[in-house]
Design a protein around this ligand. Structure first.
Ligand code: ITT
Length: 194
């Protein structure tokens, strides 16, 4: 990290996203691994695909064409068992259209679900993805004040939703994917320093 004349801070790596909630969590989690990250706020191209990884790769390439610095992007999906994985890669669109209320209306007894995160790093030479998931279930009603699907997602081994939990950032899909990314990134930086 460098500071230019007390003005703008320059970072070695940026998180490119339109979602400031995601950035706030990414920043906290990466700080806990000793990595400082800046925010490059931008709407990214999201291709239609059944593969979260393909979406993430295209998103990362689009982000690099805009930010032109080493960066990560994240693509998430909420996969609901009884809906055969819906909304999955369409989670962003579904949240903006039917939202949490719409999801709750679709579900009956089987409420099992998982949240998946793919973090993709991109710079001039490298494109590398890291994925992780957390299993859980969908609550029967909205619980807690959180962003996105947080008020309806209950992670396995807990009785509260992500919105109600104080330790979301130590257990989430995002935490697990960023942990894998951090190990790789710190190792890469060490070998570049040698
Ligand atoms: P980008 O600009 O980074 O793409 P986005 O909000 O479109 O931001 P995604 O496509 O990755 O992000 O996310 C799919 C949906 O899942 C979107 O509606 C998010 O709000 C939601 N989401 C992702 N992670 C979440 C989390 O930890 N808790 C609750 N909702 C989450």
């Amino acid at each position: 990290m460098k500071v230019v004349a007390g003005m703008q801070q320059l970072f070695d790596i940026y998180f490119v996203s339109s979602n400031k909630h995601k950035f706030q969590e990414v920043k906290k989690i990466l700080n806990s691994f000793g990595i400082q990250i800046g925010f490059f706020k931008s709407e990214l191209e999201e291709i239609q695909s059944n593969s979260l990884k393909d979406i993430a790769i295209k998103k990362a390439q689009d982000a690099f064409s805009k930010c032109k610095k080493p960066l990560i992007i994240e693509d998430d999906g909420l996969f609901i068992d009884s809906l055969l994985g819906f909304p999955g890669p369409y989670s962003s669109y579904v949240f903006k259209t039917i939202g949490n209320g719409g999801i709750l209306n679709l579900l009956k007894n089987n409420r099992r679900a998982k949240f998946v995160s793919i973090i993709t790093f991109c710079d001039k030479h490298t494109l590398q993805s890291f994925d992780a998931k957390i299993s859980g279930s969908i609550s029967k009603s909205l619980k807690g004040k959180g962003w996105g699907y947080d008020p309806i997602f209950i992670p396995e081994n807990y009785s509260q939703t992500f919105a109600q939990l104080s330790n979301k950032n130590q257990v989430s899909h995002r935490y697990k994917a960023l942990k894998k990314f951090s190990k790789w990134y710190l190792r890469m930086q060490e070998s570049n320093d040698q």
